[in-house]
Design a protein around this ligand. Structure first.
Ligand code: IMP
Ligand code: MG
Length: 176
């Protein structure tokens, strides 16, 4: 295993303004609705915690944990739920909170799965999107910002469980 360099991509101030903008849009659109935020563990935990503190509408919070077999920089496409939501979402307005969209398979799977519970709506809020890597037709209804086809870490997002704690976002490149 070689060594890696972390290259700064989004500083704290830029992340804060992106999250504020998303919170403003969501607050405007979900006024008077029964909003349930479904955060995908683990990567979206920091994004969720910053976002909810800026919302001006009431929201319930739940979590799912998805396993997509394989570690490292690739997702396998085979996805299963290892921790399901606990709040009943029938008739509710569900907003999935995701860190980063790559192939789109994770969100396609989760959106279909949550729809089985007959919610009033299911939408997606993603902090980052690597649109160039998309393999299935899924788009974020609320998107922070598009990023190049690079491997991202920080602000909740990991590389083999490292770097989640960093308050800034970086992209990883091999050294040598
Ligand atoms: P998808 O199913 O291919 O869209 O992959 C989405 C999931 O893969 C995200 O929830 C992340 O956990 C992970 N992922 C995708 N791109 C990156 C990255 O650049 N760094 C770290 N994790 C990533
Ligand atoms: Mg991950």
């Amino acid at each position: 295993m070689g060594s890696y360099r972390l290259n700064p991509l989004l500083p704290r101030e830029r992340i804060a303004s992106i999250v504020q903008h998303l919170a403003d849009q969501i607050s405007k659109d979900y006024g008077g609705r029964e909003l349930v935020l479904v955060c995908i563990l683990k990567g979206a935990f920091m994004f969720l915690s910053d976002l909810v503190r800026l919302l001006k509408v009431p929201a319930k919070i739940d979590f799912v944990r998805l396993a997509s077999y394989g570690a490292g920089m690739e997702t396998s496409g085979i996805i299963e739920i290892t921790k399901d939501i606990e709040i009943p979402v029938e008739g509710k307005d569900v907003l999935i909170i995701e860190d980063i969209i790559d192939s789109g398979r994770t969100l396609q799977f989760l959106k279909e799965r949550l729809s089985l519970a007959n919610p009033h709506s299911v939408k997606i809020c993603a902090l980052l999107d690597k649109k160039a890597r998309r393999e299935v037709a899924v788009e974020a209804d609320y998107l922070g910002t598009e990023v190049e086809d690079v491997f991202i870490v920080g602000y909740g997002i990991d590389f083999n469980e490292d770097y989640r704690h960093l308050p800034e976002i970086y992209y990883v490149t091999p050294i040598g």
